[in-house]
Design a protein around this ligand. Structure first.
Ligand code: GLU
Length: 418
């Protein structure tokens, strides 16, 4: 038992143990690699609009500091706990190492339903959360970013709060900011565009032309909606989408631009159509070429893995597939898995570009951002494909092994202090 024990951290630990076995990591080295360096819990009191004071619990977990500052998003979600945050921080570490970024992983967030707050309350909570985190973060210590339930506006409030405290503007304290205040071009679309770049590479390897294939996307936040749009732009027919409010399916293809307009105007998919409404419980097991879970972790368990009817499973969410499901998928080589730490790495890769631009105060055009993004993704994709082929292991095993081995190697070379 640790403070992290719970279903999500247990999943990260099981995955890690499998990789540690695969890499023959001695037992006494494992805890040093797996357990977070630091975990902070803070109380964030705010005035509600009705005059009450309410306290929300906030967290930040910094997994390892071996390769540079820690890096990772901030999640505002009602059932968030320290174990989930820690698992997400661990996954960020393997993701950053796989992409070759000079970061350890981190994650943070607040246990709150951001949709239940007014804009003023959301600003108060965002600022108070950053205020409480000031002793623990820094441009060379820990750099925050958006995640589920937060966005560019929240990042702008974080940056402003930190800057007011320091007495000058510190854009490099957080990434995913609006372009108007030190953000980079291409960050908002980076995760979704990266997902589609990798789907296209997977399809190439399968010898299937991308145009004319079908896709189902679970989740219609920043990642899901950009992915749907970018798939459509490549000629893919998006036949199913869902979010926490609604689920739609049409074998002939959904009207993605209309869905985007609806979600933009109404904040969610609910109310788009009654004829196209479908059962969210069976969305992921419908026949399609490309399946994109882009919402929560642990949505594909062992039973569902046996029922999937896709060619490519593109894990845009963090941790959508459980270790039980992995065992099933290892017996289903007809499904090409793009593991989460590769599939959604576009977001943190362009966050890294944003941090570099902020540190240098020298900004790139969108072409430069996107060309460099594709180059980093391509290198990581090739490395995963090569290792999977050479060792005859699953794509997730290959991807995680590359990430874990890089962190382990850096720790070994730096040695143990003191
Ligand atoms: N929250 C995103 C992720 O899970 C992005 C993190 C970042 O840009 O630092 O990868």
């Amino acid at each position: 038992m640790t403070i992290y024990t719970g279903p999500v951290f247990d999943m990260a630990r099981t995955q890690f143990q499998r990789i540690a076995d695969h890499l023959d990591i001695p037992a006494d080295e494992r805890d040093r690699l797996l357990y977070p360096k630091r975990a902070v819990t803070v109380s964030c009191p705010i005035h509600r609009d009705d005059g009450r004071t309410e306290v929300f619990e906030g967290y930040r977990v910094q997994h390892h500091l071996t390769l540079g500052p820690t890096k990772g998003g901030t999640r505002f979600s009602p059932a968030l706990d320290i174990g989930e945050v820690a698992a997400l921080a661990v996954w960020m570490s393997w993701k950053c190492a796989l992409a070759g970024l000079p970061y350890g992983g981190a994650k943070g967030g607040v246990a709150v339903d951001p949709r239940a707050l007014s804009l003023r309350e959301l600003e108060a909570l965002s600022r108070r959360y950053m205020q409480e985190m000031i002793p623990f973060v820094g441009a060379h210590t820990d750099v925050m970013a958006p995640d589920m339930g937060t966005n560019e506006q929240v990042m702008a409030w974080f940056m402003d709060t930190y800057s007011m405290h320091r007495g000058h503007t510190v854009t490099e304290i957080v990434t995913g900011k609006p372009v108007a205040c030190g953000g980079t071009l291409g960050r908002r679309e980076a995760t979704g565009n990266g997902v589609v770049y990798l789907i296209a590479r997977a399809m190439e390897r399968l010898g299937v032309p991308l145009a004319g294939t079908t896709a189902i996307v679970q989740g219609f936040g920043n990642v899901g909606s950009v992915t749907a749009q970018a798939l459509m732009a490549r000629g893919v027919k998006v036949i199913g989408v869902s979010d926490h409010t609604a689920c739609y399916f049409d074998r002939h293809g959904l009207d993605v631009p209309a869905l985007l307009r609806h979600a933009e105007a109404r904040g969610a998919l609910a109310g788009f159509s009654s004829e196209l409404a479908a059962d969210p419980a069976t969305l992921l097991t419908q026949p399609c070429d490309i399946l994109v879970p882009a919402a929560l972790e642990r949505v594909i368990g062992g039973q569902m893995a046996a029922q999937l009817q896709c060619r490519v499973l593109a894990e845009a969410a963090n941790g959508p597939t459980t270790p039980d499901a992995d065992l099933v998928l290892e017996q289903r080589p007809e499904i090409f898995v793009i593991p989460d730490i590769l599939c959604n790495a576009g977001g943190v890769i362009v966050s890294y570009f944003e941090w570099v631009q902020d540190l240098q105060q020298f900004f790139w055009d969108a072409d430069e951002v996107n060309t460099k993004l594709n180059a980093v993704l391509e290198r990581a994709f090739q490395a995963v494909m090569d290792r999977a082929a050479q060792r005859r292991v699953a794509h997730r095993t290959a991807a995680m092994a590359i990430g874990v081995a890089k962190v382990r190697d850096a720790k070994a070379k730096r040695g143990l202090f003191p």
